[in-house]
Design a protein around this ligand. Structure first.
Ligand code: ATR
Length: 270
């Protein structure tokens, strides 16, 4: 029987994951089926358990179920444990395994453009999206990683949980040091509301890289803000989306797909 996979979310109709995984499967000559599964808001566990019981091989988990998937998994990988969230599930002898490939996906996408070791990195936001990428970012040995958030206390609390892994501190936007960063990553959901972040002008530099974990056809509000501040290199999160999928595909299938052509093709379909 053909192995079956789904992306589970709510809503999930606009998920690009089926397109991406179908492209990976064709490229690597793997015979799989990958579909969308919309679970009721209060029905993530039932829907996932049913899919796996019916012979499903693995799931990607998206908004708003990543924390619930973390609690549902019987075994967690170290990076899922750190992230406090799960975006990839599969079965092994002991039950449901939960992993999180978001941070690895971000790092891989960034590495195509910049070397992370020794950089001064600013991470904006202190919610689930920020937490999910902190471990993999710190593993790349930046010189400094500052988490800045609208609510200062959340940034400080999040940084505290990761100090064992590297040089990370937390602050509010207004307390950001009067010094430019090499890499500024937006992990807030402010773009969704089309809102600009209240950031001091001192953080930007023309040769730095601005990265928005969100993506859209037109430049995101955060990248427009970076552009207005003179930052020449700007990337959105479509590359991260493709890379986290490639990492999940590798976990499930044992084959690592090429991502560049898949990303280029996806860009034309936005
Ligand atoms: P996610 O899982 O996407 O990270 P979340 O956990 O709700 O979602 O976190 C949203 C993040 O975006 C938070 O860091 C939030 O800041 P607060 O902690 O101060 O709420 C940030 N955010 C959302 N809208 C924002 C805005 N308009 N300006 C600045 N930060 C915003």
């Amino acid at each position: 029987m053909t192995d079956r996979y789904v992306v589970i979310g709510n809503p999930v109709a606009h998920s690009k994951s089926p397109l991406i995984h179908a492209a990976f499967a064709t490229q690597t000559q793997q015979k799989i089926v990958y579909e969308r599964l919309e679970a009721p808001i209060d029905g993530f566990i039932d829907s996932t358990a049913e899919f796996l019981a019916m012979g499903g091989s693995g799931c990607n988990v998206t908004v708003p179920f990543k924390e619930e998937a973390f609690r549902f998994a019987n075994t967690l990988t170290e990076r899922a444990e750190l992230a406090g969230a799960v975006n990839t599930l599969w079965l092994d002898d002991e039950g449901v395994v939960g992993d999180n490939t978001d941070g690895a996906g971000l790092v891989r996408d960034l590495q195509r453009h910049i070397k992370l070791a020794g950089l001064r990195i600013l991470l904006l936001g202190a919610g689930g999206a920020a937490r999910g990428v902190l471990g993999p970012l710190l593993a790349e040995k930046p010189a400094q990683l500052v988490i800045a958030n609208r609510s200062t206390d959340k940034a400080i609390a999040l940084a505290k949980q990761f100090t064992k892994l590297g040089p990370v501190t937390g602050c509010g936007f207004a307390e950001l040091p009067n010094q430019p960063f090499d890499l500024i990553i937006n992990a807030t959901s402010a773009s969704l509301a089309g809102e600009a972040l209240a950031l001091p002008a001192s953080i930007w530099q023309a040769d730095g890289l601005a990265y928005d974990m969100m993506y859209s056809k037109a430049e995101t509000p955060f990248l427009l803000q970076a552009n207005a501040a003179g930052v020449r290199r700007r990337l959105d999160g479509l590359g991260m989306l493709v890379e986290q999928a490639a990492e999940a595909f590798f976990l499930w299938r044992g084959v690592r797909p090429e991502t560049e052509a898949v990303l280029a093709d996806l860009r034309t379909k936005l």
